[in-house]
Write a protein that binds this ligand. Structure first.
Ligand SMILES: [Zn+2]
Length: 368
């Protein structure tokens, strides 16, 4: 609106209110926010402890602005988002400034480093509409920006902010595991040497949209400190060959009622251990279950577990199975229950050790 005709009057009023003018502090504020291509040069006027950003296009504007202080009305712009007024400003070129401030706030709220921003985009339907309104309506740029930012947070459909930035992270490298066979230990024995975490710097390209990370791509990795592998030494020495007791007792207690070897007109391939129906049967060493069903050759319910170095153990006459074929078992796991199935004259466990599929006398290999 043209108010040039009132210039003379204005000057008179200005003289009268020289005191008022003196409390108007004018500061030149140069906004150097990096992502904003053009530096905005604004005048900030402190009125009643409220800072107003005003353009500095010439002394005429300054006069207009001083008039505002005296008449209470202002020529300015409504900030219109999707047809709704979301703020008031007097800067005709303020949109770029608002945009960079909204973005700056987004970056700060999402802990993004300003100097790491590669590109950004704000999708919104926003414009400035010329209007005359009460000076009381005028908002500071911060108020306009905060209001718009809140809308963006609540309604990303109205304002979609996306920022593409670079992020540097220092992360741990988990130690790898190496298994080292060793003749220093017997089968089933192992020794662990713990590893150490390493450190690596990762440079990532991140896309953040409406407050959420929607894409992350590692573009560079730099090892700061190498990890040290965890080493598991696994025994390969066969205890059977060395006459060392290595089998876990297959039941909890129980007397051996029949030994290995010739028995009447047959050959007893294992040992019998007395027990009660339902007693736990424990596997003698680590292995894999390769048989778990009724066997009509006399064993009744039978479990066969295969171990390293072509050894296996047999558990016969069971009343129940706790495992099935394919299960990996650890020394001492309960695999079944003592029973009286098959050719059996009373509840007991028939236990066999086979080496290269040949039954051997297990007696001296069971740890008592
Ligand atoms: Zn037997």
């Amino acid at each position: 609106m043209d108010i040039k005709g009132e210039t003379v009057k204005q000057y008179r009023i200005i003289n009268k209110f020289a005191l008022l003018v003196s409390i108007i502090i004018i500061t030149l504020n140069i906004n150097t926010f990096k992502v904003n291509a053009k530096a905005n040069t604004n005048l900030n006027i402190d009125l009643n402890n409220k800072i107003y950003s005003l353009s500095n296009k010439g002394s005429d504007n300054l006069l207009d602005n001083l008039m505002v202080a005296l008449t209470g009305k202002i020529n300015g712009y409504e900030v219109v988002l999707n047809e709704n007024v979301v703020g008031y400003t007097v800067l005709e070129n303020n949109l770029e400034n608002i945009k960079s401030e909204v973005l700056k706030k987004y970056i700060s709220e999402n802990s993004i480093r300003e100097d790491m921003v590669k590109s950004f985009d704000i999708k919104w339907d926003i414009n400035l509409r010329e209007e005359r309104f009460d000076v009381e309506m005028l908002q500071t740029n911060k108020e306009v920006v905060d209001n718009i930012y809140n809308i963006a947070e609540k309604d990303p459909e109205k304002i979609r902010i996306s920022v593409n930035y670079i992020k540097e992270e220092v992360n741990n490298i988990k130690p790898s595991t190496i298994i080292i066979p060793t003749e220093d230990l017997y089968l089933g024995e192992s020794k662990v040497e713990e590893g150490q975490y390493g450190l690596k710097k990762e440079i990532k390209e991140v896309i953040s949209e409406s407050g959420k990370v929607v894409n992350t791509k590692t573009i560079k990795e730099e090892i700061i400190k190498d990890q040290v592998s965890k080493k598991i030494y696994r025994g390969t020495k066969n205890p059977y060959e060395y006459g060392v007791a290595f089998l876990n007792h297959p039941t909890r207690g129980g007397v051996m009622t029949s030994g290995y070897g010739e028995r009447w007109h047959s050959f007893h391939k294992g040992i019998d251990i007395a027990g009660n129906i339902g007693d736990d049967v424990f596997v003698a060493m680590d292995g894999e279950v390769i048989y778990a069903e009724y066997n009509d050759g006399g064993y009744g319910n039978l479990i066969i577990v295969k171990h390293e170095d072509n050894m296996s153990t047999y558990y016969g006459h069971l009343s129940d199975f706790n495992v099935k074929v394919g299960d990996k078992v650890k020394k001492g796991n309960v695999i079944g229950k003592v029973g009286n199935t098959g050719f059996s004259t009373g509840p007991h466990l028939h236990f066999e050790l086979r080496v290269n599929d040949e039954p051997v006398d297990p007696t001296n290999y069971i740890v008592q």
